[in-house]
Design a protein. Structure first.
Length: 233
């Protein structure tokens, strides 16, 4: 497998995150801190996606990005391909698909945290970090392309069709955002996911002349309801 945009993002994010975990000054330079953003440090909309709170946070985000950005390898008589969003974009848009994919990721980083900035721009005690907003955009773009792909929690042999998982994810994230108190920026997850859907729909329709919404609906309508939820690996 060639070095894809997804792998490049994972490598750079992992290297920067590891470095920042042992360097408090570096962490403070990159973290999303609304008052400093208000003073002109707009780069923090993007730099905060390069750092993570701990190893578990980093692994979860980068593994999710790998699974949905690259996907699984499928062998066909015509050759092999990967099911991930990056490959889907390349298939639709040719070589420029990689740059469109990278653009979606970077824009999602900033867009997903805009509501956070609006809410906390005068809060000197608030900080946020992690690539969750951009990763959510990739996950939900992946759900658009493969709504019947089974998605489950790690190490739990229960898989839910992607379109159901996505709806539950947004519902639970909204509930957790209202509840608060867990130090997780659920707002970034929600707005990142919505951005991923909107970006993919618009770019497919106006650049690729591909009606992904109809494609999404047709896959669900043609599926066996037994495949909506299944057990076992």
């Amino acid at each position: 497998m060639t070095l894809s945009i997804t792998l490049i993002i994972i490598i750079i994010t992992s290297l920067v995150s590891f470095s920042a975990m042992g360097n408090a000054r570096m962490m403070e330079e990159l973290i999303f801190y609304p008052p400093l953003v208000k003073r002109g440090q707009w780069y923090r909309f993007f730099s905060c996606g390069l750092i993570h709170a701990d190893l578990g946070h980093l692994i979860f985000n980068m593994l999710s990005l790998y699974l949905f950005g690259i996907g699984t390898k499928v062998e066909t008589p015509a050759g092999s391909f990967y099911t991930g969003v990056e490959s889907q974009f390349t298939g639709l848009f040719g070589d420029k698909g990689k740059f469109i994919y990278l653009g979606m990721y970077l824009l999602a980083l900033a867009f997903s945290i805009l509501p956070t900035y609006a809410k906390h721009k005068n809060d000197y005690h608030y900080r946020s970090l992690g690539a969750s907003g951009a990763v959510s955009a990739v996950v939900f773009a992946g759900i658009l392309f493969n709504p019947m792909q089974g998605i489950g929690l790690f190490f739990i042999p229960i898989f839910i069709a992607g379109f159901i998982f996505g709806a539950l994810y947004l519902l639970i994230s909204q509930m957790m955002e209202r509840k608060g108190g867990d130090h997780i920026n659920h707002s970034a997850h929600i707005f990142g996911a919505l951005f991923g859907v909107a970006f993919t729909v618009i770019i497919c329709k106006f650049v690729g002349q591909f009606d992904i919404i109809q494609y999404f609906i047709d896959q669900i309508k043609g599926a066996n309801p037994k495949d909506f939820i299944h057990f076992g690996y």
